[in-house]
Design a protein around this ligand. Structure first.
Ligand code: SF4
Ligand code: SF4
Length: 244
């Protein structure tokens, strides 16, 4: 839900990044004992992938956190968000740069809060746009990174989440996602034209899409450009399974 010069199409409806803001960091190593239960990692990943492909929705145990509703995000409202469009005041909506006509953005107030956020929570919860339904800050945890430095409330929650793991295989998947995120961040030069995701949410989502590349054999023997080519191919395979 933030702004880049042009929106980054991530397959799915999980386009939370609308405008990029520079400055982000790797998530710190987490203490296993304190924190908030993020659920079983493998189950979470299954649903995260289904959500990215448009086959499910996020189910985040947010509790009293409202981080993503008051972190100065522009919220993407699609033409298909008919329930949201039926309740959102037209004056609150502006055209979404780089998107076809009919795609809109909800802005935020001077404190960074969505105008639909009231003291009791989202005032259009039942009709909220797909962007809000899909958002899940645990993607950052999976990728081992944080949101931009100015997203303090979200980053507090990212640091607090604790996944549980049923077995070592699930932990290897987490390590592969984190390796993918590191590669995307550190090896942009390996991609044609240096075109690779740069916003933290885009990197986290792409890492989830392409992590199987980092479970493959002989990775250490491959050139960065070869790995980048595999990432691009894997991303296309993932996108081909998306529901339009
Ligand atoms: S930042 Fe995470 S935990 Fe907080 S409201 Fe958003 S999705 Fe829920
Ligand atoms: S529409 Fe509701 S859920 Fe979405 S950002 Fe605004 S307050 Fe939060």
């Amino acid at each position: 839900m933030r702004v880049a010069a042009a929106p980054v199409m991530l397959c799915s409806r999980y386009v939370i990044t609308l405008f990029k803001i520079p400055g982000w960091s790797r998530a710190p190593m987490m203490d296993k004992h304190d924190g908030i239960e993020a659920g079983d990692f493998a189950s979470w990943l299954d649903n995260a992938i289904a959500t990215l492909q448009g086959r499910s929705f996020s189910d985040v145990p947010c509790g009293d956190c409202r981080g993503c509703c008051r972190s100065a995000y522009f919220i993407h409202v699609r033409p298909t968000d008919k329930a949201a469009l039926s309740v959102l005041p037209k004056a609150m909506l502006s055209p979404a740069p780089g998107w076809p006509a009919g795609h809109r953005l909800i802005g935020y107030d001077r404190h960074g809060a969505c105008p639909m956020l009231k003291p009791a929570g989202c005032s259009i919860y039942a009709q909220r746009p797909r962007t809000c339904r899909d958002y899940d800050c645990r993607v950052f945890v999976a990728a081992g990174i944080e949101a931009e430095a100015d997203k303090a409330e979200i980053n507090r929650r990212i640091r607090a989440w604790r996944f549980t793991f049923a077995n070592e295989s699930d932990q290897r998947v987490l390590e592969a996602i984190r390796a993918a995120a590191s590669f995307l961040r550190d090896k942009r030069h390996a991609f044609p034209g240096g075109r690779a995701p740069s916003a933290p949410s885009d990197i986290a989502v792409m890492a989830i899409k392409v992590y199987p590349v980092f479970l493959g054999p002989n990775l250490a023997d491959k050139a960065d450009t070869e790995i980048a080519t595999e990432i691009i191919a894997r991303s296309r395979v993932f996108d081909a399974d998306c529901i339009a």
